[in-house]
Design a protein around this ligand. Structure first.
Ligand SMILES: *[C@@H]1O[C@H](CO)[C@@H](O)[C@H](O)[C@H]1NC(C)=O
Ligand SMILES: *[C@@H]1O[C@H](CO)[C@@H](O)[C@H](O)[C@H]1NC(C)=O
Ligand SMILES: *[C@@H]1O[C@H](CO)[C@@H](O)[C@H](O)[C@H]1NC(C)=O
Ligand SMILES: *[C@@H]1O[C@H](CO)[C@@H](O)[C@H](O)[C@H]1NC(C)=O
Ligand SMILES: *[C@@H]1O[C@H](CO)[C@@H](O)[C@H](O)[C@H]1NC(C)=O
Ligand SMILES: *[C@@H]1O[C@H](CO)[C@@H](O)[C@H](O)[C@H]1NC(C)=O
Ligand SMILES: *[C@@H]1O[C@H](CO)[C@@H](O)[C@H](O)[C@H]1NC(C)=O
Length: 433
């Protein structure tokens, strides 16, 4: 009973936070910086940089879409390495026609393959931006915009308002533009500093509850000390897609074109009782004297999605003593100085950084060796299972606390038991299915 109470408390602690605040990445944000690099006859030229400062949330294909509202009647004369999705009504203009006359322009990145002479650092990646914790060098996206019918000095320029960011779906909320100290650039030879004429920043933060009503992933558990597998909760990701899911290995699953992504990124899911595109399985595999071993498997159930540069974040008190991680890369995340219980797993480049579409190849797995902390380590009360799990920056639904695999009261926990093998075999079938 006590253990259930403990787990219930834990469960409430784990309840998702509704605000745009992620306790595992409290300063995580995307900052959009506008540097005015020159004043023109009727406006200015700005270099716009989007930096993803989130530790483990990237912007995946089909990339970002950035919108804003002009404060006055500004137009966009031209854009370098990005474009607005619509031009709008520029009929007032004779001679030179602006790139966009909308009061609320909507901008997207260019696709890769732009001629080299038109390129610009950090452009043309179809709006795909890595998470900062995973790859800082590709966590930036940039373009240049030439604005007309605008102020021509730092006294008369009006900042654009009401920024919106799709990354690529809903979820981001952007604050107002704020004038900040001008960006200072160092010349290539590092011997001269120049500076922007004026700089403003916009900060956008993510909230999963603005992104989607339901979770996008779920977690299942198993252990060597109990043969039962704790599955993902039923309808963990909502069952509204239940009518057009694909039965695995059915004729439909092998039909041509089943893997063609849709423009709106709508998933085509394999039929499961949880109806999640992603399942994370945490198996407590082995118990040694000073160490214990966990197997982690991530399975993709979406036929229309390859996850490139995926990330998996887990929170568990023993992640302060990770000894070895097999076949994934690992990085501790330490959002609060004193607490080291969170880490990010991600695929190794060219080996398993691509989580393939649903099907026989749609899974990645790893094993983690952890050193026991003699004071806290236990298999009781579900302690060996993670407190939180995130896939690609979205929190996954865990099983309810009363369904965790229980430690049988009488059994001694041997290093390797027969049940380990049974459960491993079951788990193998489970992962394949
Ligand atoms: C955005 O993230 C950066 C890097 O973590 C941080 O320095 C900055 O304070 C954050 N900005 C806001 C408004 O939270
Ligand atoms: C403005 O954004 C840049 C990132 O593009 C960041 O380095 C800088 O610290 C920000 N300035 C302020 C005052 O937040
Ligand atoms: C505008 O520019 C003047 C110098 O040209 C400078 O003194 C002032 O601080 C600037 N104001 C802002 C808001 O950047
Ligand atoms: C746009 O921003 C302005 C000022 O920042 C605010 O007063 C207005 O309510 C916003 N409009 C919308 C539709 O959010
Ligand atoms: C995933 O990648 C494979 C191999 O690169 C490709 O054949 C397949 O069409 C891709 N699937 C999707 C959904 O993009
Ligand atoms: C956090 O734990 C990891 C091992 O899991 C260790 O490598 C890292 O140094 C620790 N970081 C801090 C700040 O204690
Ligand atoms: C295994 O755990 C389940 C709960 O998930 C529990 O009902 C069952 O009694 C446990 N089995 C043993 C042998 O203790």
């Amino acid at each position: 009973m006590k253990s259930i109470c403990g787990l219930v408390v834990l469960f409430f602690v784990m309840l998702p936070h509704a605000a745009a605040y992620d306790p595992l990445d409290p300063t995580g944000n995307i900052t959009i910086k506008w540097d005015v690099v020159s004043w023109t006859a009727d406006g200015y030229v700005a270099s716009v940089t989007m930096s993803n400062f989130q530790m483990y949330r990237s912007i995946v294909s089909p990339g970002w879409t950035l919108g804003w509202q002009w404060a006055k009647k500004e137009v966009i004369w031209s854009m370098v390495v990005a474009q607005t999705t619509e031009q709008g009504d520029c009929s007032k203009f004779k001679g030179n026609v602006p790139h966009c006359c909308l009061r609320k322009p909507v901008v997207v990145d260019l696709l890769p393959g732009v001629p080299y002479n038109q390129q610009f650092s950090n452009c043309c990646k179809a709006g795909v931006v890595s998470a900062w914790g995973q790859d800082p060098s590709s966590s930036v996206s940039a373009f240049q915009v030439s604005v007309g019918v605008a102020g021509t000095s730092n006294k008369t320029v009006k900042l654009p308002m009401n920024f919106t960011l799709l990354g690529p779906g809903l979820g981001y909320t952007c604050g107002p533009a704020k004038v900040v100290p001008s960006t200072v650039y160092l010349t290539a030879d590092h011997r001269r500093k120049t500076q922007a004429l004026m700089t403003w920043n916009v900060t956008c933060t993510y909230s999963q509850f603005l992104a989607a009503k339901n979770p996008k992933c779920c977690v299942s558990f198993s252990s060597f000390y109990n043969q039962s597998i704790t599955p993902c909760p039923k309808c963990a990701c909502g069952c509204q897609n239940k009518n057009n899911c694909v039965v695995s290995d059915s004729k439909q699953a092998h039909k041509k074109g089943i893997n063609t992504p849709r423009k709106d990124n709508a998933p085509l899911l394999q039929c499961t009782h949880h109806m999640c595109p992603i399942r994370v399985h945490w198996h407590v595999k082995l118990n040694y004297k000073d160490y214990w071993r966990v197997k982690i498997a991530v399975t993709n159930f979406n036929y229309r999605m390859n996850y490139t540069q995926w990330t998996l974040v887990a929170q568990h008190p023993n992640l302060n003593a990770v000894t070895q991680v097999f076949s994934f890369d690992y990085k501790p995340l330490v959002p609060y100085e004193a607490i080291n219980d969170t880490g990010m797993f991600y695929g190794m480049k060219f080996y398993n950084d691509l989580l393939m579409e649903a099907g026989p190849q749609g899974n990645v797995q790893s094993e983690v060796l952890l050193r026991k902390n003699k004071d806290t380590f236990t298999f009781k009360h579900g302690w060996a299972f993670p407190r939180k799990v995130y896939f690609n920056g979205d929190e996954c639904l865990l099983p309810p606390p009363d369904a965790y695999p229980f430690l049988p009261n009488s059994a001694k926990v041997n290093s390797i038991t027969i049940s380990t093998m049974v459960v491993s075999a079951l788990l193998f079938l489970f992962i394949i299915s």
